[in-house]
Design a protein around this ligand. Sequence first.
Ligand code: CA
Length: 235
Amino acid sequence: MARILIVEDEAKIARFIELELIHEGYEVDKAADGRTGVEMALEGDYDLILLDVLLPQLNGMEVLRRIRRESDVPVIMLTARDAVMDKVAGLDAGADDYITKPFAIEELLARIRVALKRHEATAATPVAAASPEPDHHVLTINGVSLDVERHEVKVGDDPIELTNREFEVLKALMENRNVVMTRDRLVQLACGYDFVGETNIIDVYVRHLRSKIDDRYGIKLITTVRGVGYVIREN
Ligand code: CA
């Protein structure tokens, strides 16, 4: 699960981005000023930083410079509309990308995925790629297969793109096939015991899974058990 730090002084914007990222399965922390942002960025083990340019205490450019002295963590700058100088200066100072406010959240999510993937590809070592394939723990039910180690889900040969949380919900249901799982239990398995949100978040993940798998392939994978939860029954 990728960890993302949001450095943004406008609480409403920061909160909005935070909720969307959590929904996508990311772990999120926030800093509301530049100085805290630098400290957290360098101390926390983040996979990506979202960095506003206009910040109290230290502006985003200075935050970026200080992060870059010590770390190559991907940084996406949040810039004001038409602030061309900010964009150029940000990229010169080592930002990986920038996005102009106001932005569509889907656009930001796409940029985040690209930056994370690019960084992962750079960080991957050829030695690891050359090592023999480990045994894979693959769960298969009704034509849907889930590779636990590779974090891959397929329907037949078609790969299905899932967020981390969607994957964890599906994995919990597949590992407990024919067992009706309550929302509480699914939240524990998919989101961790310290999850503080509402358990009906599971309904959202199931809805996403159904649209990505059931609806697209015309199968009925996940069954709702009214008033209890969900189950995957083997046909
Ligand atoms: Ca700001």
